[in-house]
Design a protein around this ligand. Sequence first.
Ligand code: ZN
Length: 255
Amino acid sequence: MQRVAPVDDPLGQAGPWQVSGVSVANVQRGCRLGGRGCRRGGVNVPASAPRAAGNVRTRAQGDQAGAWDQLCTDTITRVTIIPDTKDWTWVLQRPCPECGFDTQAFPREQIPRMLLDNAGLWRELLAGPGDPRRRPQPDVWSPLEYACHVRDSCRIYSGRLALMLTQDNPAYPNWDQDATAVSDRYGEQDPEAVSDELVDAAHRLADGFAAVTGDQWQRTGNRSDGAHFTVESFGRYFIHDPVHHLYDVTGRSST
Ligand SMILES: [Zn+2]
């Protein structure tokens, strides 16, 4: 089995490790939104996690499926995800090759409706069937974790939108979305509550965009990495995020 080096191990304690033959360090899978987006791929393994293949029971070695599932569950809840530094502002220039979404293919006034429609799909997704807490792979977020991220993105972007509309060319406060996912224990939140919160946050942001008129679309703001947005490009950039994450979870593109 392949062994890989840990990607972020400040304590120098986490060795290469695997779960049932699946390498979980330095894997680039699942969500690939960067910058604002997220790479739910590279993972850091705490010292308490299995260290090496020899310490990990595998299905091939005859484990009961339930025991394997429990091992994965126990381990997954302890996995942390490294911050992502990828810049996804290119989605403002060309359609996303993964989810198929084209940020320039609709009137800007459509953003609120698109956001609410997307939120409705997340509600359906979290209601089942299937366990929204379950990760499809150790290094890929569960539907619940993605939904938490979408909820929090809506909240953050509501704040940024308000900032752009009330201040001249503001800098957005930093938001480490990957650190938030860990510190807020996305994977342990209640799916029903998250569903309600996501829809509420989407409504608030949709209301914010719906209230934008005339020259307000050209007001500006800046991300800490230097990315510069107008309210319009900010809205077009944002709406790709929940659409792409729905694709991450369902595999269904928007085209
Ligand atoms: Zn996409």
